[in-house]
Design a protein around this ligand. Structure first.
Ligand SMILES: Cc1cc2nc3c(=O)[nH]c(=O)nc-3n(C[C@H](O)[C@H](O)[C@H](O)COP(=O)(O)OP(=O)(O)OC[C@H]3O[C@@H](n4cnc5c(N)ncnc54)[C@H](O)[C@@H]3O)c2cc1C
Length: 391
């Protein structure tokens, strides 16, 4: 077979560690690897950096921004985007966390907020600049809120003279009745307590109705003051699904048991865009589905029957900060230092590329020993741009 791998980015991204890039724990290059180098030894694979504009299922063509490809078999895995639930205008004041660009933008805003606070003579405005809101209490929101608290109260504590990063207020807002809906009550409560110990104000059962650069308005009239807000409240399917011309369920493709599109045994959908019953949108699912789609194609080429896809659940984990995490693996639930060590180990193993594993391992050891965060460089400001928190 000949394989053509198309992506609009030139790198594979390990999204579970995006929050650490956003909070200056890791550098962008530590969690990304060039796609070309990943498949370098696979002589039958060509990599094209291009935007897929649509898929013509009947004509078996993929239309790119720069030409088109015809195919015998298609595997579609464009993932998802931040979901603002119909309020795209909130993106300006509350960026999401889905790409490296997003993580660098969040890091820039967080670090600029401390810089602006150092220059601010007015105490009330300084307090607003040192107030942060994270919207969405899933694993990403929990990890991000904990990491912002550690950045402010530990790593930056002694670096400023006028602003007091230790006084920073971090609000984590969740619309549901509790954090971490994919974990059980006990672990979610444990995460809430751990966050409270780090100084994070956890607000549950609160729906956001407006966001601007001064804060967040909640249903019922409550206002949360915050000059910097980050959106982690959910994802929506890639708009590429709409180009397929097949029925969608909340924007996702309800695939057959072999992950093919109904009526199109030659076209597969895997990862976040595929809807298979009872299977969550997780990296582990995406990897297993990719392997299953490849196995189905190989079986078909060998005139053998395809096997139905079965997800092997290896559990879920979330860190809440240094030495703190919650984990659910099979019937076992645990938290604290053991869960955190398991989290570190698993994320190192899953990270793509030997160099990245070594760099991330030593960066984590260094941060653990020094309480520091190394990647605190602000980038992406044009020389003419004003240096405000939202420049
Ligand atoms: C912040 C964050 C933390 C997460 N943490 C965890 C975790 O701890 N554990 C876990 O299991 N899961 C986690 N997830 C979920 C996990 O990352 C996703 O479920 C998984 O990445 C989905 O894989 P995918 O291949 O479907 O999509 P993606 O990994 O998003 O890959 C989609 C690819 O398609 C490309 N693409 C999209 N549209 C186009 C187009 N039109 N043209 C060309 N290329 C295109 C993109 O550039 C991208 O490279 C996390 C997700 C996020 C955002």
């Amino acid at each position: 077979v000949r394989v053509t791998l198309v992506d609009r980015e030139n790198h594979h991204l390990f999204q579970p560690l995006l929050y650490q890039v956003a909070t200056a724990g890791l550098s962008a290059t530590d969690i990304a690897s060039p796609i070309r180098s990943i498949v370098r030894d696979q002589a039958n694979t060509t990599v094209l950096m291009a935007e897929v504009e649509r898929v013509d299922l009947e004509g078996r063509r993929v239309i790119l921004d720069s030409g088109e490809l015809s195919y015998d078999y298609l595997v579609l895995a464009p993932g998802s985007l931040p979901n603002y639930f119909g309020h795209e205008e909130w993106r300006r004041d509350a960026p999401g966390l889905k790409s490296l660009g997003d993580a660098l933008e969040v890091r820039r805003r967080l670090l600029l907020a401390f810089e602006a606070a150092e220059r601010e003579p007015n105490a009330a405005r300084r307090a607003e600049l040192l107030s942060f809101a994270v919207i969405g209490g899933g694993p990403t929101g929990v990890e991000l809120a904990g990491a912002i608290a550690e950045l402010a109260k530990r790593a930056l504590r002694r670096d400023f003279r006028v602003a007091d990063p230790g006084s920073a207020r971090i609000h984590l807002v969740e619309a549901g009745t509790r954090l971490l809906s994919m974990f059980d009550d006990g672990l979610a409560e444990h995460a809430r307590r751990e966050l409270a110990e780090l100084g994070v104000d956890v607000i549950t059962g609160a729906r956001v109705v407006a966001i601007d650069d001064h804060g967040v308005a909640l249903e019922g009239g409550r206002m949360i003051e915050a000059a910097t807000t980050v959106w982690t409240a959910g994802v929506r399917p890639s708009p590429l699904a709409a180009s397929l011309g097949v029925p969608l369920v909340q924007g996702r493709v309800a695939v057959e048991q072999d992950l093919s599109i109904p009526g199109h045994p030659e076209a597969f959908v895997v990862g976040d865009l595929a809807l298979t019953s009872g299977v969550p949108q997780l990296g582990a699912v995406a990897v297993q589905e990719g392997q299953a789609a490849a196995a189905a194609i190989i079986a078909t080429l060998a005139s053998e029957p395809r096997q139905p896809f079965r997800y092997r659940d290896r559990g879920v984990m979330a860190t809440v900060g240094r030495s703190r995490a919650v984990a659910k693996i099979g019937q076992t639930r645990f938290h604290g230092l053991l869960a955190w060590l398991a989290w570190l180990f698993i994320h190192l193993v899953l990270l793509m590329g030997f160099r990245n594993r070594v760099v991330v391992f030593f960066t984590w050891v260094w941060s653990y020993v020094t309480f520091g965060r190394g990647a605190r460089v602000i980038t992406g400001i044009a020389p003419s741009q004003p240096r405000s928190a939202h420049a």
